[in-house]
Design a protein around this ligand. Structure first.
Ligand SMILES: *Cc1c(COP(=O)(O)O)cnc(C)c1O
Length: 364
């Protein structure tokens, strides 16, 4: 087998090695089953046990109360951008509020406009999404269906460090790129959702945590395959769910509980990893320039520029020679993006920080 590299991909992204090894061990035959996860019915006891454990582990990790449903959907977070206004805005006579702090929030707001009145109440676009608002600075609508935020903007690298309070209006959070990276006050949210492929597994499964009372708002005109209420009623099994994705997600939740020791511990580790990289950035005497303003820097996606595009290209190429991979930034921001999700080991972040210091000394 070829050696594993330090993988800074924004997504699909690095997964814990121990989880990959378990998947590999069980790929020919799940213990006690005699077939792999890819070959068994989604109605089998073996799969129903996996689904139940995924939900139970997630409920413990996030402290999800009995008044919430946990759904495992397909179509990625992008489908949620449409499904959400279909279920909660259509025919409501209300306005949906969008706090747009980066490219993903912008896309979410755009899709909502197909279903009804969607208003961008705050946008960071004027400064290329390098900052976040103080919550008190965000204007609010009187007749609101919900408020949508993106907890971590994957492309720009800006992140809400705390849970906003939207009062009686359902707060909806796209947590796709920082899901399970810290404890969350889930009771603040009407819907908390994430695709798995950044911080919690492979692509093809989207986790939607939804407060039960919101299911009563779903209009009759919503087709069942797009209805939160229908998925909740059928325990996410209206049709064949992504059985492999749910299995891998379940193993990740086990890893978070047993190997890491829960989300408070995970946050400590994430802070320590991010500190290594941001210290290398800040200690470079201006050679590296962070994209995000300091008070809203992401613990998951570190975005920065170098003195010129030519030097940036060299940085990416030389890093790759050291097995530090997938560091090229998104074209809308340029420069470098180092994604250091939950599964990025401390050593990997350390090796990147060391390379940054050394590259700066040679080129600065
Ligand atoms: C990746 C990402 C998405 C899109 O996810 P898909 O599963 O590809 O639809 C949406 N929001 C955020 C914040 C993301 O990081």
């Amino acid at each position: 087998m070829t050696e594993r590299v330090d993988n800074f991909s924004p997504g699909p992204a690095v997964m814990p090695l121990s989880v990959l090894e378990q998947i590999q061990r069980e790929m020919i035959s799940l213990p006690g089953v005699g077939s792999s996860i890819l070959e068994i019915s989604h109605r089998s006891k073996a799969f129903l046990d996996i689904l139940a454990e995924a939900e139970a582990n997630l409920r413990r990790l996030l402290g999800i109360g009995a008044n919430y449903k946990v759904l495992f959907l397909q179509g990625g977070s992008r489908l949620q951008f449409s499904m959400m206004p279909m279920n909660l805005l259509r025919d409501s006579g209300k306005t949906a509020e969008y706090v747009v702090s980066g490219s993903w929030g912008e896309k979410a707001a755009k899709e909502a406009a197909f279903e009804g009145e969607a208003r961008v109440t705050w946008s960071g676009k004027a400064t290329n999404y390098d900052r976040l608002p103080a919550w008190s600075e965000v204007p609010r609508e009187a007749n609101s269906a919900y408020v949508h935020i993106t907890s971590n903007e994957t492309i720009q690298g800006v992140q809400f460090a705390t849970d906003p309070d939207a009062g009686d209006v359902p707060l909806i959070c796209d947590a796709s790129s920082d899901f399970l990276h810290r404890p969350v006050d889930i009771d603040r949210y009407g819907i908390f959702y994430a695709c798995a492929q950044k911080n919690a597994g492979p692509s093809g499964v989207t986790i939607v945590v939804i407060r039960e009372d919101l299911l009563d708002r779903v209009p009759k005109s919503v087709p069942s395959m797009l209805s939160y209420a229908a998925y909740a009623k059928e325990n996410s099994m209206q049709n064949t769910p992504n059985t492999f994705g749910i299995y891998a997600f379940m193993l990740i939740t086990r890893w978070l509980e047993r190997d890491i020791g829960g989300l408070a511990k995970m946050l400590e580790v994430n802070r320590a990893k991010a500190k290594l990289v941001y210290d290398a950035l800040d200690g470079s005497g201006g050679f590296y320039r962070g994209h995000a303003q300091k008070d809203c820097r992401s613990l998951m996606n570190v975005t920065f520029r170098l003195p010129s595009e030519e030097v940036e290209k060299r940085f990416v190429a030389e890093a790759a020679k050291e097995n530090l991979c997938e560091l090229k930034g998104h074209r809308s921001v340029g420069g470098i993006r180092a994604s250091i999700y939950n599964a990025m080991p401390m050593d990997g972040a350390g090796r990147l920080a060391e390379f940054m210091g050394e590259f700066c000394r040679r080129n600065g």
